[in-house]
Design a protein around this ligand. Structure first.
Ligand code: GDP
Ligand code: GDP
Length: 455
């Protein structure tokens, strides 16, 4: 049989979502000063001297490889995360929330010497709604006579509170036994590099189109570094960006912020990096500088995303620089240079002023909904039967190729397999794609159609 694709691009099977080494993620959360960092250092076997004394200092790493009694796991430390959002309480809660979203299980640290506080209770509420398994560590119980102080925390309703002294190591082993037990039993909700419940976005485009400006404009204060493998900008750093009440995972933001084009061999390196970000993302925000002519490099970046089968939103930046003449030029370009992607959504905005940046999330949702969409086989075949009757394939050597059956083999992106009695011409395939899009939507996503010939 003939395997052909409608737009001639090759079909790359998506890698499994969690291709990174599968390890459980344990987050350590709690309000400031309860001893989270001390506990993390204790678990990692480091000296407490590493602990930052300055409140509000952002450490450049949040996640570490840890091991306990032969079990490898990732430890996410939220101590020292930046808290510059208004209202310290909500900032702490939202940082803890991010950590919890990343994690498969949680250690909730409270201060046994201080006792239960309102902030603790706030965090508990969030922990409950997350549904993640929680182990309560009552810290600063430095000796046996103080152990009774842990009992108060039964009130939290999170099960047995474990008295520990992060500073001296007391009780930390018992705590870890329990926490890792829960971690192992927990259903994996996340891979380390790809928190399972956040949508992954690659912000791509040639140098100077405004990627880092847009990232800054979008993220304001509410963002958190997810991983920093070696603490250098050579490695991918993912960030959670909060947009219109929702968290999105932006892939390899270190690559975005770095001025790669100033380095030698940078273009090659930068395009590899773009490619890698696209591979790991579900959706590509492809940026263009609307005030400049569209270049081959611009279109190449866009094609990478389309060919990789990612959901796509095209962003025309620097709209603040556009006059009437520029806008007309852009409309002409849209009809010529972008005819390959008539299904793509386009958002005109200004990263500099923030104008129309609030339109991004809707386009992103639409594209991802299309990317995820599945058309039931019955509906698909009924529809294809109808359009085939209205518009049969042209005769080929006296024969008429007919569509026998079709099915949507996969989503992300939608991929259709059509069984036909003969070769379907390029033009007819395009016609089918247009019809499928007209009937079922698929705005913002490439779709792939392969044809299988049954003689
Ligand atoms: P974080 O903000 O939750 O990360 O807290 P830190 O780890 O920075 O600790 C806050 C303060 O509590 C520091 O002064 C630590 O030395 C102290 N601390 C941490 N663990 C213990 C402990 O087990 N016992 C006592 N007495 N103090 C502790
Ligand atoms: P990147 O290389 O894609 O990350 O681009 P940058 O974000 O570094 O932006 C490149 C240049 O374009 C900088 O001088 C920005 O200030 C400027 N720039 C970015 N976005 C806009 C915009 O919306 N309007 C204007 N006028 N300038 C912008």
């Amino acid at each position: 049989g003939d395997e052909g694709l409608i737009d001639g691009s090759s079909f790359a099977d998506r890698r499994d979502d969690n291709a990174a080494k599968e390890v459980g993620v344990l987050a350590v959360v709690g309000r400031p000063n309860v001893g989270k960092s001390t506990l993390v250092n204790r678990i990692l076997g480091r000296r407490a001297a590493v602990v930052e004394d300055t409140p509000g200092v952002t450490r450049d790493r949040v996640s570490y490889d840890a091991e306990w009694r032969g079990t490898d796991f990732k430890l996410v430390d939220t101590g020292g995360w930046e808290a510059d959002v208004e209202g310290i309480d909500s900032a702490i809660a939202s940082q803890a929330q991010i950590a919890v979203q990343l994690a498969d299980a949680v250690v909730f640290v409270v201060d046994g010497q201080v006792g239960l506080t309102a902030t603790d209770e706030r965090i508990v509420k969030m922990l409950r709604s997350s549904g993640k398994p929680v182990t309560v560590a009552v810290n600063k119980i430095d000796d046996q006579v103080s152990e009774y102080m842990a009992a108060e925390f039964w009130k939290l309703g999170l099960g047995e509170p474990y008295p520990v002294s992060a500073m001296h190591g007391r009780g930390v082993g018992d705590l870890l036994d329990v926490a890792l037990d829960k971690l192992e039993q927990a259903e994996r909700t996340s891979g380390f590099l790809t928190p399972g419940n956040l949508r992954r976005v690659a912000l791509v485009g040639r140098p100077n189109v405004g990627k880092s400006s847009l990232l800054n404009q979008l993220s304001h204060s509410e963002r958190a570094v997810v991983n920093d493998l070696a603490g250098t900008t050579r490695d991918p750093v993912d960030e959670i960006v909060h947009l219109d009440g929702e968290d999105w995972l932006f892939i390899d933001t270190a690559g975005i912020k770095r001025r790669l084009h100033k380095l030698s061999g940078a273009e090659y390196y930068s395009s590899l990096r773009t490619q890698a970000a696209i591979e790991r993302a579900e959706l590509a925000l492809v940026l263009f500088d609307a005030s400049e002519p569209i270049s081959d490099q611009d279109l190449k970046v866009m094609s990478s995303a389309v060919d990789a089968g990612r959901a796509v939103v095209l962003v025309f930046n620097k709209w603040d620089l556009m006059d009437e003449f520029d806008r007309q030029r852009m409309e002409r370009l849209w009809k010529t240079e972008f005819d390959r992607v008539p299904w793509a959504q386009r958002v005109n905005l200004s990263a500099k002023t923030g104008w129309h940046t609030n339109r991004l999330t809707r386009a992103m949702h639409t594209a991802l909904e299309s990317w995820d969409k599945r058309i039931p086989t019955g509906k698909l075949n009924a529809f294809l039967g109808k359009i085939q009757a209205a518009h049969p394939h042209p005769l080929r050597g006296g024969k008429q190729p007919r569509i026998l059956f079709a099915t949507q083999a996969s989503t992300r992106p939608p991929r259709f397999v059509i069984f036909a009695t003969g070769f379907l011409e390029h033009g007819y395939r395009r016609y089918l794609e247009r019809q499928l899009r007209e009937e079922f939507g698929f705005e913002g996503t490439p779709i792939q159609i392969s044809v299988n010939i049954r003689e």
